[in-house]
Design a protein around this ligand. Structure first.
Ligand SMILES: [Zn+2]
Length: 88
């Protein structure tokens, strides 16, 4: 089922997924919207960017924070990481 209120990713125009914030995280929010499109340029470019800047293997997905009304990076260490928290 598609959440009609989910925003579109500004990088790949995919419908973003409602994503439950993990327990024990420092975020006060219950959920964010995250682009889980594995072809998203934000995600695919992130690997090289982090490799060059931090020297580690990770990337980030585009996260929308509904309270701050901002798009922010969500760090991930693999393409499958964090997908278990998708709620829709
Ligand atoms: Zn995207």
């Amino acid at each position: 089922m598609t959440d009609k209120k989910a925003p579109l990713c500004p990088y790949c125009s995919s419908r973003m997924k409602k994503w439950r914030v993990p327990e024990g995280s420092t975020w006060p929010d219950a959920f964010f919207y995250v682009c889980f499109n594995d072809q998203c340029p934000y995600f695919t470019r992130g690997w090289l960017h982090i490799r060059e800047n931090l020297g580690t293997t990770a990337s980030y997905r585009c996260r929308y924070d509904p309270h701050a009304d901002k798009y922010l990076p969500l760090p991930v260490w693999s393409a499958e990481a964090l997908k278990e928290n998708i709620i829709e």
